[in-house]
Structure formats: C-alpha cells, structure tokens
Design a protein around this ligand. Structure first.
Ligand SMILES: [Mg+2]
Length: 339
C-alpha cells in the first residue's frame, strides 16, 4: 500500500465572503492510495472553525495513514482512525475515508454509491451561493446566477443590512428558491426580528442563525419560526445530531467536518431517526470532494454542493452539471478525473 498526498492552493473566481471572513485562496490536501493496481483518492478541506489548517492536515496524515492497511475493511476504518487519533482532524480523516472507499469501488468496478448499497436516484437541486458583500455586489451575483439558470440561491447573511439583502435578492430572483445562512452571526433578538422578513420573502430555510453553542436560543426561535431552522456550525460530530433534534428542523451534513462519507451516512441515519430534514453541504472544495458528497446527496432533502463551481482552478473534472442540476456520477469510484 502506498499513500501519498499533496496540497494545492485553490482559488475562487471571486472573493468568497461569509459572516466570519472573506477569502479567495483555499489550501486543499489531496490524498492518493495505491495498492494492487487500484487507486483511491480523497480531499481534505480544512476549516479553522473546526480546528484544522493546512498544517494540521499535513501533520496528522502520516500518523493516520496506517489505518488504511486493508482498504476492504472500510467498515472498521473509523475505529482504526480513532485508535490513532481519538478526536478532531475531520477533514484529514475525510480524505482517508474517501481514498479507502474509492479504492474499493475501483477494485469492484462500481461507483462508490453502489459500493455503499445505495440505489440510483435523482439528486435534489443544488443551491448556488451568493456570498456576503456590499449590497450591489450581492445583487450582481444573484442576477448572474439566475441568468446562468440557477433556480436555488443560498444567500449569506450576517450584516447590519440583512433585511435589505433579503428584500433585494427576492427582487432580483423572483421565482428562485431562496435559502439564507447567517453563519452563527445573529443575536437572539436580531433573529426574531428577521423571521417576518424571511417569511415575507418566501425563504425556504434558515441556516445557523445563532451561535453554535446556543441550542436553547435555536429551540426558542424554531418554536416561533415558519421557516425551517437548519444546523450547520452547531453540528461537529455524528453524535451531536441527537441533541440538535430538540433545537433544529434539519442538519447540514458536510463530509469535511464530520470525517468523511461514512461518518456523514451515520449522521444521516441518526438525523432521520430523530425526524430531522437533511441537507448535503460542502466547503469550498474541488470536484473530487463535491463528487463524494454527490454520491450521498440522493438520500437528502436539500443539496448545497456549489463549492467547486465557485473555483477558478478546479483540479478535477467530470461532474455533470447544468446550473444547479447535478447528476450522480456513474463511472467507477468517485467518477471524476484529474485535469
Ligand atoms: Mg452554513
């Protein structure tokens, strides 16, 4: 077994802003597992909010690599990774989980979704993100997205002018489904004031309005909101789903924060058991990471998988997109190729 990795700086076509930051450069570490003539690949998309950087990913991969000794034992992979590193490092673990799964799928000659026993099914339409900026710039992004055929927009909020943003974007995209994401930036009172604005603008869902740890605040908000409230930053680990069920209507699952596709599947099962709706989300990541999420997205109610569409230098190709309509890959493995 040979495991190697390289980190590339990926760049968004436009600066990408959320409530906490604006960046245009993203280090992504690509893992390759080669064994007996087959290759498996994975991507680590570290996020400082979840305690990771390029440096932590590169430092931890050599410590975790031995867990892939027998890729066919992917069912026991999480236990082997946890034995080497009890907690944290979810995007590094995601890259390894992805590599193991693709290696097995390549060896079996099937797409990963089939390796996982899933049925072929249509994916929910993905949203396209309008990133946080001055209002005229957000209007421009929305106009261009609609012109490009996107019918679902996810609007980043967390400014003193959020009400104007929602009203303006509803004007720019009168028939689009609008979702909003405050990225934990609102106070409880701000969130209460926004509920009528969101309802008037026919917003489809509200993602992470309050601080990650404020479950009571989210529970109170959800009790009076006609718009479903969805957890993102409040969900770090699979086991969090159980407690989140009292405070949210749904959860946003991202492979990079949960530790990979198998962990996301575990979170999805727990979410369904607790009556939660499910979004398959992503970081800014290449078509490799997005492909992995797409293999699971058919199980979800909502998809937010535009991370690679925002890139100027995506190192992978092969995802089949028309605006927000993403087809589940059908080639063996993840179904994307290095460009
Ligand atoms: Mg979010």
């Amino acid at each position: 077994m040979n495991l190697s990795w390289e980190t590339l700086e990926l760049h968004t076509a436009q600066p990408f802003g959320i409530a906490r930051w604006t960046h245009s450069s993203y280090p992504r570490t690509f893992v390759t597992l080669e064994d007996r003539g087959f290759v498996g690949r994975g991507e680590a998309a570290p996020n400082a909010f979840y305690g990771e950087t390029r440096g932590t990913v590169e430092a931890v991969l050599p410590l975790l690599a031995g867990a892939l000794e027998d890729p066919w034992d992917w069912d026991g992979l999480n236990a082997r990774l946890s034995a080497r590193m009890p907690q944290g490092h979810p995007s590094a673990r995601c890259a390894l989980e992805m590599a193991a799964l693709e290696w097995c799928a390549q060896a079996a000659g099937v797409p990963v979704w089939r390796l996982l026993g899933l049925s072929p099914t249509a994916l929910p339409h993905s949203s396209y993100t309008v990133s946080l900026a001055e209002l005229p710039e957000m209007r421009r992004q929305a106009r261009e997205a609609v012109a490009a055929g996107h019918t679902v927009l996810k609007v980043k909020l967390g400014t003193p002018y959020d009400e104007q943003i929602v009203t303006a974007l509803r004007e720019e995209a009168p028939s689009a489904a609008l979702r909003v994401d405050a990225n934990a930036a609102w106070s409880r009172s701000q969130a209460r004031r926004m509920l009528d604005v969101l309802d008037d603008a026919r917003v489809e869902l509200l993602e992470q309005p309050l601080a990650a740890a404020d479950l009571d605040g989210h529970a109170g908000l959800r009790a009076v909101s006609r718009v479903p409230v969805v957890a993102d930053e409040s969900l770090h680990h699979v086991r969090d789903v159980v407690e989140l069920a009292r405070a949210f209507d749904g959860v946003n699952l991202k492979l990079a924060k949960l530790g990979g596709p198998l962990q996301a599947l575990a979170a999805l099962r727990l979410a369904r058991a607790h009556g939660l709706s499910v979004m398959m989300g992503c970081m800014i990541e290449s078509s490799l990471g997005i492909a992995a999420a797409a293999h699971l997205a058919g199980l979800c109610d909502w998809a937010d998988l535009d991370g690679a569409l925002l890139l100027a230098d995506d190192p992978f190709a092969g995802l089949n997109w028309t605006a927000g309509e993403l087809q589940r890959p059908t080639a063996p493995g993840w179904g994307v190729t290095r460009t």
